[in-house]
Design a protein around this ligand. Structure first.
Ligand code: G4P
Length: 502
């Protein structure tokens, strides 16, 4: 049995991020196959929300049951090629939704991982969405590896692709594997015992030699991305990626709380909620709150402190996720994700600890980009609507604002699809009907100031633009860039924040 320290050191918790269709699902599936976690290709596919079916909510609904089990895919893995094969690594892959309207979900998932693998379609290069995700990684100094997928097809020149990554993602690169689409031709000496290893033509080797050698510290600091070429579909370069990954990717890293830095090896348990999945089974109104364990060991039936509520809670049926199965567990360690059955006690960002008052930083709350008034379309179901809206907001589906002037509710999202999801879920999970009313809105800004007098004047003068967020904080709802600029010029002592986290 590994001891406490080894348990944590052997964990690798990461997310695969990509533009839709680049091959994230295919790659995830191949990684699970290597881990022996699944036995047939196609098993993960069913988890995928089809990007094309933007209005087919029945389909999403059907898939939600599956997607919760596969939100985290955990499996054990031994290195097969090169290096040390005595360690049994425990890998947790966190799933991220591909559709850009759910980007907030992905951003939040990134707070719970210690590294990421970015998948790029070699025919397309780096796409906008990937660039945005990379910005979050850069902010958090998350170590990044890049998998250039679909090398079995005609695509861009491999060197151009590397340039593209350097420029578009703003990170230095170093190639680790190389392929002509048929099999791997290695550039580095890490995988010497692979049967397929061949030598490259000398001119390619010359070109490759201009890139820096892999430097683990530079990678861990988020300054250097090792690049792998391959094909997830044809299973070329996948094992090499996985073997390199387990050897060099970080085990759970220290996490900053407002109060102090929390080291994963501290024995006392701490964790935060980064995701809530409500109503998986409409008959049972069950929610699962996903907690990332930041330090120590989490145990079943032990009392922990729910910091926001200042309450002791214990959990008799915490679940961990092994590939596609969800299992009750007795203990879990820093780096793991546990699912806690919830009846409305948790919100995203909540902390559980062995007793300490801690608040973890950095759960991003993104500035909503689309706003609509939400109206009740069935007067008999007001209560159901209110409950549904509040629960969905706690789940982080969108953000709720309430006008300070007339009490009307405004929902802010990052994409149109979220409005459709909310409407659908209100109807099917809460038996409530809503209507949307368009509104002119440019940006929601959280306002604060040390100058109380100026803030008071501002709020009085701008009363028609003021709203509360769900925590009761003041939000200035500017309906145009002009109004916002004016406000910023006229009230120099007020700070305007574009996300709720400041
Ligand atoms: P995503 O999760 O990032 O959205 O992408 P996904 O894995 O679903 O892959 C998107 C499409 O690209 C799929 O084809 C998949 O088979 C294909 N693909 C993935 N990796 C490779 C690769 O290495 N080479 C080639 N040639 N194709 C690849 P599809 O037609 O949408 O689905 P399917 O019919 O294959 O299921």
């Amino acid at each position: 049995m590994p001891n406490f320290v080894d348990e944590i050191h052997r964990r690798r918790t990461f997310a695969i991020i990509s533009h839709p269709d680049a091959g994230k699902t295919t790659l995830t599936e191949k990684l699970l196959l290597y881990g022996g976690a699944i036995h047939v290709a196609g098993a993960v596919k069913s988890n995928k929300i089809k990007k094309t079916a933007t209005s087919d909510w029945m389909e999403i609904e059907k898939q939600r049951g599956i997607s919760v089990a596969t939100s985290v895919m955990g499996f054990d893995y031994w290195r097969a090629s090169g290096g040390d094969n005595s360690t049994i690594y425990h890998i947790n892959i966190l799933d991220t939704p591909g559709h850009q309207d759910f980007a907030e979900d992905t951003f939040r998932t990134l707070t719970a991982v210690d590294s990421v693998i970015i998948v790029i379609d070699s025919a397309k290069g780096v796409e906008t969405q990937t660039r945005r995700l990379m910005e979050v990684c850069r902010m958090r100094k998350t170590p990044v590896m890049v998998f250039m997928n679909k090398m079995d097809r005609e695509g861009k020149d491999p060197f151009d692709l590397m340039d593209d990554v350097e420029k578009e993602l703003g990170i230095s690169v170093t190639p680790i594997t190389w392929t002509d689409g048929q099999g791997l031709k290695f550039t580095k000496s890490y995988f010497l015992n692979s049967d397929e290893a061949q030598t490259l033509p000398s001119e390619t080797q010359d070109l490759l030699s201009i890139y820096p050698e892999f430097d683990e510290q530079a990678y861990l600091d988020g300054n250097l991305a090792p690049v792998f070429y391959g094909s997830a579909y044809k299973t070329i370069g996948v094992q090499e990626l996985l073997d390199f990954f387990v050897e060099h990717a970080p085990s759970p890293r220290a996490i900053e709380a407002m109060e102090r830095r929390v080291d994963p090896l501290e024995e006392k348990f701490t964790g935060f909620c980064f995701k809530i999945h409500a109503n998986m089974d409409p008959n049972h109104r069950s929610c699962i709150a996903f907690f990332k364990i930041c330090s120590g060991r989490f145990e079943r039936n032990v009392y922990y402190k729910h910091v926001r509520k200042d309450q002791q809670m214990r959990f008799s049926a915490p679940t961990c996720f092994m590939a596609q199965k969800k299992e009750t567990v007795d203990e879990a360690f820093a780096g793991d994700i546990v699912g806690l059955p919830d009846t409305g006690n948790f919100k995203i960002g909540d902390t559980l600890t062995s007793g300490e008052n801690l608040h973890f930083k950095g759960l991003p709350s993104f500035s909503p980009e689309m706003f609509k008034y939400i109206e009740n379309a069935d007067p008999m179901k007001q209560k159901q609507l209110d409950k549904g809206v509040h629960q969905l907001m706690d789940e982080g589906v969108a953000q709720l604002f309430v006008s300070q002037m007339n009490g009307r509710k405004i929902i802010g999202t990052v994409g149109q699809l979220q409005f459709e999801v909310i409407q659908y879920r209100l109807e099917h999970e809460y038996n409530a009907k809503c209507r949307w009313e368009n509104m002119a809105m440019y940006k929601a800004c959280w306002v604060e100031s040390d100058d109380e007098e100026e803030l008071r004047t501002f709020k009085t003068r701008k009363a028609q633009y003021m709203a509360f967020d769900k925590e009761g904080r003041d939000v200035f709802m500017a309906d145009s860039a002009y109004i916002l600029n004016m406000a910023q010029n006229d009230y120099p002592h007020i700070k305007f924040h574009f996300t709720s986290e400041f």
